[in-house]
Design a protein around this ligand. Structure first.
Ligand SMILES: Nc1ncnc2c1ncn2[C@@H]1O[C@H](COP(=O)(O)OP(=O)(O)OP(=O)(O)O)[C@@H](O)[C@H]1O
Ligand SMILES: Nc1ncnc2c1ncn2[C@@H]1O[C@H](COP(=O)(O)OP(=O)(O)OP(=O)(O)O)[C@@H](O)[C@H]1O
Ligand SMILES: [Mg+2]
Ligand SMILES: [Mg+2]
Lengths: 165, 155, 155, 165
């Protein structure tokens, strides 16, 4: 399975539709402090089903919707699309290209889609079962996680093992 | 379930020792220990790491960069057990010195033969090691925008 | 004691706003708020920080580098209330981008007119900003040694 | 008051006597990961009276003594000397130059000295009262502390205010 592209709109600081294509083996993401790099990582966690608002650095889920600036009003909805190529047939589906998406409205309504067909979160997590991909995957690493492993905070080492074993 | 866990644990331990030795040196040692081997499904897991002839009593005595490399070795050890199709690392290279950043990027290039890697970074060495770069900017206050970047234009 | 604390609190608040504006920009706002103003000696202290026209609901929404600069602004605000003769910063510049490292080093040069600063760092920009450098090495395995360094020899 | 020099012997990775002179306003300390830079910072905290072994990254106080390598045996004692010039008469003493030192033996014996005369820790902390210098001073800053302020862990913001106010 190969990542093809990520599309973000109305999610955190991405007011406008933004697309990132993943053509290469190793892609760098750079930019000044506060420009939105970790927000891109949050978008990927979110579309994979992350429910913990603390992991998303937000007090409540509504805070992931673009909240406006003095020149732009807040968005009504946050949307993220993540597209994969099922090139090693790792995903239990006959589709060659799979796009998962998540949509969250300010009134609290929430939707998940698989190739543009509304589905439930468990359809998405079921699709990625055994691939190592999930919102709390050991494959999405930042320094806070490094510290948790070193302190073994909340039995984090145990949990990591159980995920991959 | 117990056998399955112990089986995976032994493989992760071996991966950990291999990755640790490529991030540190071939003479360095480390170990993963089940504190309660009779009870593997419940037991706490201890990490022992001894870089370059040092004898730290616990990993807490290690330096910031040494701790980061040790944790990365463990995360990569788990990754090798069941490689995810992609792996994202957000500024994990921040505590590392130049020589260690080089080793970090080299081992990622190895793993990238089987998976895609996304590295968020402020580090110039890391930037020169990746295949392509996306720059994230906020030209309009508070609004993020992404553009493909040519590394030579960053210098 | 209550008056003394409130007095100091108001000064720190003002320092915080000044330092914050030099590390961010002159249009940025921040505040320190006593959550229980009736009970200043017990009250929790809230930090509000709004860089560059953003409207974060809490400081937790800020980026890694923005949080670091905000915390540094508060620490320097306290320092300005009662400047200690020396101040040690251990790799505090690690999460900062180039532009922010420049501002960080500039403000330190300002404060260094009254106090001595010791900056532990891996960052080249910081290294070129200090007056003198000590290099710490472990030529003999496990044994630290310190030597004065000429920055031009580090490049 | 001005820092003049720091001398470390037998403390952590400093097996041999090591001297650092502080002649300038801004001094940089650089070197590879694990070379001993933070150990220098620990030495300063320690000679100022730090008792919390967690802050010193050690399980017990004995672990701050150089614990040997395959080519060198462990030290019997850790010693740190910190010298100040009392140039603004901030310190309540008639001495122009003040050297504080701390000595810790593997058998647990511990000693503090002021200009080479044995004294108690409270004589040292009494000397620095009101100067902003103490082992848990807001003037010794590392990233863990930055995080504690942001999370307000263990009421750290309150404690910082009380120290300086
Ligand atoms: N819902 C939202 N609406 C608008 N802006 C938001 C929202 N949530 C977060 N932000 C903004 O996004 C910015 C954080 O971006 P991010 O964490 O991605 O930065 P970064 O590029 O990773 O920076 P650093 O290099 O410092 O880690 C913050 O300034 C925050 O105010
Ligand atoms: N009692 C001791 N005896 C000998 N070595 C020790 C002792 N205590 C700690 N060390 C060693 O000192 C090293 C840590 O040094 P330190 O934390 O100062 O590194 P650093 O230069 O700050 O590195 P980094 O850039 O990664 O932060 C560790 O490798 C540790 O094993
Ligand atoms: Mg970030
Ligand atoms: Mg260090």
């Amino acid at each position: 399975m190969r990542l093809v592209s990520l599309e973000i709109k109305g999610f955190k600081s991405f007011a406008e539709k933004t697309t990132i294509n993943f053509n290469d083996s190793v892609t760098g993401v750079v930019g000044p402090n506060g420009s939105g790099k970790s927000n891109v990582v949050d978008a990927i966690r979110w579309v994979l089903g992350e429910q913990k608002t603390t992991v998303l650095r937000s007090e409540k889920m509504e805070n992931v919707i673009f909240n406006g600036t003095k020149n732009r009003k807040a968005s009504a909805l946050a949307e993220v699309y993540l597209t994969f190529e099922n090139n090693k047939n790792l995903l239990p589906t006959e589709y060659h290209t799979v796009t998962i998406s998540r949509h969250y409205y300010r009134n609290g309504e929430s939707e998940y889609k698989l190739n543009n067909v509304t589905c439930r979160l468990k359809d998405i997590t079921g699709l990625f079962l055994d691939t190592g991909i999930s919102s709390d995957s050991y494959a999405i690493i930042e320094l806070g996680m490094v510290n948790d492993i070193l302190n073994d905070k909340d039995n984090s080492r145990r949990k990591l093992f159980e995920q991959s074993a | 379930a117990k056998t399955q866990f112990l089986d995976a644990f032994m493989k992760v331990k071996e991966n950990f020792q291999n990755v640790f030795r490529s991030l540190f040196t071939a003479d360095d040692t480390c170990d993963l220990v089940l504190l309660d081997p009779e009870n593997p499904l419940e037991s706490d897991i201890d990490i022992i790491a001894k870089p370059k002839g040092k004898r730290p009593q616990t990993i807490n005595q290690l330096s910031g960069g040494e701790k980061t490399l040790t944790a990365i070795s463990l995360l990569f050890a788990l990754y090798l057990l069941k490689p995810a199709p992609f792996c994202i690392l957000d500024e994990v290279d921040a505590p590392l010195d130049d020589a260690n950043i080089h080793k970090y990027n080299d081992i990622i290039k190895q793993f990238a033969k089987d998976s895609q890697f996304i590295l968020v970074t402020h580090n110039k060495q890391t930037m020169s090691s990746v295949d392509s770069i996306y720059g994230v900017t906020m030209q309009e206050q508070g609004v993020s925008k992404v553009v493909p970047v040519n590394f030579s234009s960053l210098n």
